[in-house]
Design a protein around this ligand. Structure first.
Ligand SMILES: Nc1ncnc2c1ncn2[C@@H]1O[C@H](COP(=O)(O)OP(=O)(O)OP(=O)(O)O)[C@@H](O)[C@H]1O
Ligand code: SF4
Ligand SMILES: [Mg+2]
Length: 317
């Protein structure tokens, strides 16, 4: 594929954290490409670096984190080189995001009409009257009666608030939507409604999507490509159907197993051990302490092996 087919390309990105006077590569040399009008899922256990990757794109990293190397190419511009003012022009307009916490992301003392329309008026995308019309349309599309547009966040349920956040993210017709666990706390019907709306925008408004989730059934149903992350690195990447049907990396297999297999008490079978803290990141393959296939080779960082639609990084499988 030529570069023109990607809306976003992350190349060799490392994010460094300063923790108690020491530096750690919290994200380590990752590459990630988002094809136009497709959904790319990022999956991995808690602490694998999914949110930090998303926040690096829109430059919302906390103060003790900084991009150490690499580039993030969006629409032929390297986002890592833009000033705060330049990135503010892109954030919310060309790249939108939805995060997990609907209550903290909405301002409790401002009505939703103001919150939704100001995305359009702030970026001078249209006048106020048109903005209100568009806000009503998108709320209706997300099953929220437009008559409720003057109400405040506390007047809505958790699922409705998440739909309002999605309305805010989509109203500017962005080129890229970053959805970080957008449906985790929601019931299945609301989950599907939100993900179906994103699908509709993908087709009708040429939207590309980064979908961060723990849920492999969401990955299977809603993404074309998948990146599997662990401890700040990409372990495996490729077309979703290949990854789900024929996972190669031991971590991907373990993740899929933890979804499929239940123990005799019907609990999810989890992967052995737990993700180490970033200050305990092992040398070589970062999965070494939890891997059934590990041997002495794994003390060195594995190189990429090519698959039918992507790659994985492991010495032994
Ligand atoms: N400001 C920070 N300073 C130091 N370490 C941080 C900071 N923010 C996040 N981390 C660490 O970086 C790692 C990756 O965090 P991140 O939030 O990206 O994980 P995640 O994959 O999104 O997890 P979850 O599924 O729980 O949301 C974690 O070990 C986390 O503790
Ligand atoms: S490189 Fe070694 S430790 Fe890492 S996943 Fe492969 S076998 Fe396991
Ligand atoms: Mg996260």
């Amino acid at each position: 594929m030529s570069d023109d087919n990607y809306i976003l390309e992350i190349k060799n990105l490392s994010v460094q954290a300063l923790i108690k006077d020491r530096h750690f590569n919290i994200i380590n040399k990752i590459n990630l490409s988002i094809p136009k009008e497709k959904t790319v899922a990022i999956v991995g256990e808690s602490g694998s670096g999914k949110t930090i990757t998303a926040l690096s794109i829109i430059k919302l990293l906390e103060k003790n984190l900084k991009i150490k190397e690499g580039s993030i190419i969006f629409d032929s511009k390297d986002l890592t080189e833009l000033s705060e003012e330049q990135i503010r022009e892109i954030r919310g307009k060309e790249i939108s995001f939805v995060f997990q916490e609907p209550m903290t992301a909405l301002n409790p003392v401002v009505d939703i009409k103001t919150q939704i329309t100001e995305i359009l008026t702030k970026h001078n995308l249209c006048d106020e009257e048109t903005a209100i019309k568009k806000a009503k349309e998108i709320l209706t599309e997300l099953s929220i009666p437009s008559s409720k547009i003057n109400l405040y966040p506390h007047n809505f349920s958790g699922g409705q608030r998440q739909r309002i956040l999605l309305a805010m993210a989509l109203i500017s017709e962005p080129k890229l939507l970053i959805a970080d666990e957008p449906t985790t706390a929601l019931d299945v019907v609301t989950q599907m409604e939100i993900l179906d709306t994103i699908e509709k925008f993908k087709k009708e408004k040429k939207l590309s999507v980064i979908l961060i989730t723990h849920n492999f059934s969401i990955v299977s149903n809603y993404s074309e490509y998948t990146y599997v992350m662990y401890l700040g690195e990409i372990m495996e990447a490729g077309k979703t159907e290949n990854i789900v049907k024929n996972p190669r990396h031991p971590y991907t297999k373990a993740l899929l197993n933890s979804v499929i297999k239940m123990d005799n008490k019907n609990r999810l079978k989890s992967i052995k051990g737990s993700t180490p803290s970033i200050s305990e990141t092992p040398e070589g393959c970062r999965f070494i302490n939890r891997c059934d296939y590990a041997d002495e080779k794994c003390a060195k960082s594995p190189s990429e092996k090519i698959t039918e639609s992507g790659y994985y990084r492991c010495w032994n499988v």
